[in-house]
Design a protein around this ligand. Structure first.
Ligand code: ADP
Ligand SMILES: O=C(O)[C@@H](O)C(=O)COP(=O)(O)O
Length: 425
């Protein structure tokens, strides 16, 4: 086993699994499996990269650390040479955690300092300059992420934000160093470690910068960041003769379909609007869900009645409506109720024969996949940057796409259903 990843949510896990499986031309990627939770058995002999999806982004920090340590134990037992802690490209966390606590705990356990913390993902518009995170041409705190239902991102200065979650100093390797190449980055990280900086924000504004950083981290035991940091890592192993490379391939999945959306992110709202122009969509009335008068049976009935037409159900609302619902019922209570609603609907639909399920939202995906009892996925082709086709390994023939809230082109939902059933070229 070459590469082991601990991801703090399910969409994030499939994002980085996609990056590793795809790699970069001409070498290609690694044979990658995504596990849902810490596996209880060893990985298959042909697997070169394992991504463990946790649901630890929004839980208390001590629990997130505990789960991440358990994932690390398993990855080390598989013989992984390099470990990554994957978090969101928009640095999703609160002043209470969990990126800092988990990153520090894993780094301490592995006995390393001067560890990169880089959430850059240029293909999805995320760049870091002078330690400040941009989404497209806006700073993080003006990108829509300031309205996130669970972790409003109100500060684009990642060193300052991360420092709220760490016990040790946080460093910065800025772009003037990154542009000088891999040796300069390696030296700067070593110097940061020498100063006692455990985690170090690293600037990057392009995929070329990420390839520089990956080369600098060729021998690093531990990295933290978004999926972008993995871009050049398969190539390191392939060039060293430790893996063969190539493109990901899986079987096409046919069968009835459903699109379930709990993400309230800006990109998702646009995708729902687009989908509703020529497909049946059901807007969930959250007040009715909270009152118990709208249940998963209503979602299931709608999906079944519209089989074959790419039916979509969503709870997603605009920021002011989300705020009003949270004010009335409490943030956790609404999220919990909606996650449970989608989870139950997905399980009923799967039992009724639905075999292509597309989910919008990280927390929502975690709830759905857990309810379906899926333990691992093989990684297929990329649908849009950061979102691959996933097919269950257990022979149930379930094809899925787990879309991070802010990912995907405007026609994502229709495209994803098509990609799951598309035969390999
Ligand atoms: N209308 C709503 N009001 C409040 N919270 C909502 C609403 N719809 C969904 N949610 C909750 O908001 C959270 C969205 O997070 P997530 O699914 O991770 O999406 P994203 O990927 O956009 O972050 C979920 O826990 C979901 O249950
Ligand atoms: O890094 C990213 O942006 C994604 O991989 C990710 O983690 C998305 O999380 P959600 O927005 O909660 O889906």
């Amino acid at each position: 086993m070459l590469l082991g990843v601990i991801a703090d949510d399910f969409t994030g896990a499939s994002d980085i699994a996609n990056t590793i499986a795809k790699g970069v031309a001409p070498e290609g990627g690694l044979r990658t499996v995504q596990y849902l939770g810490v596996p209880t058995t060893d990985a298959a002999a042909d697997v070169e990269a394992c991504v463990i999806a946790l649901k630890s982004r929004s839980i208390p920090a001590e629990e997130a650390v505990e789960q991440s340590q358990a994932a690390l134990d398993w990855l080390l037992a598989q013989g992984c040479r390099q470990i990554i802690f994957k978090y969101c490209s928009t640095f999703d966390s609160t002043p209470d955690g969990n990126i800092g606590q988990v990153g520090e705990a894993l780094a301490k356990r592995l006995g390393v300092k001067g560890v990169i913390a880089c959430s850059v993902f240029p293909d999805a518009g995320r760049t870091i300059y002078k330690g400040h995170l941009f989404v497209g041409d806006r700073l993080l705190n003006e990108s829509g992420m300031e309205h996130h239902p669970l972790n409003p991102m109100t500060d684009p200065d990642l060193r300052r934000w991360l420092r709220l979650q760490t016990t040790e100093a946080v460093g910065l390797v800025d772009w003037s160093i990154v542009r000088r190449g891999p040796d300069a980055v390696r030296e700067a990280l070593a110097a940061a470690g020498g100063r006692g900086e455990r985690l170090v924000i690293v600037d990057a504004i392009s995929n070329d910068d990420l390839l520089t950083i990956a080369e600098a981290c060729k021998d690093a035991r531990f990295l933290t960041g978004g999926s972008g940091i993995a871009l050049g890592l398969p190539r390191n192993f392939i060039k060293a003769g430790l893996a063969k490379g190539g493109a990901p391939a899986i079987d096409a999945i046919e069968g009835p379909e459903a699109v379930l959306v709990g993400s309230c992110s800006r990109a998702t709202l646009g995708q729902i609007e687009r989908h509703s122009a020529d497909h049946p969509v059901l807007a969930i009335d959250v007040e009715q869900v909270m009152a118990g008068t709208l249940t998963s049976d209503d979602l299931v009935a709608f999906i079944k009645a519209n089989a074959g037409k790419a039916p979509l159900v969503y709870s997603s609302s605009k920021p002011e409506q989300v705020a009003a619902l949270q004010e009335r019922y409490g943030r956790e209570a609404v999220a919990h109720k909606l996650d449970a609603l989608f989870a139950k609907a997905a399980k009923t639909l799967f039992d009724a024969g639905v075999r292509r399920i597309v989910v919008g939202g990280g927390e929502t995906s975690g709830a759905v996949v857990s309810a379906l009892g899926v333990t691992s996925f093989r990684i297929g082709p990329e649908i849009d940057p950061g979102v691959p086709v996933l097919v269950t390994e257990d022979g149930t023939g379930l094809g899925m796409a787990l879309k991070s809230g802010n990912f995907g082109a405007v026609d994502f939902f229709e495209k994803a259903l098509g990609a799951i059933s598309a035969k390999a070229a």
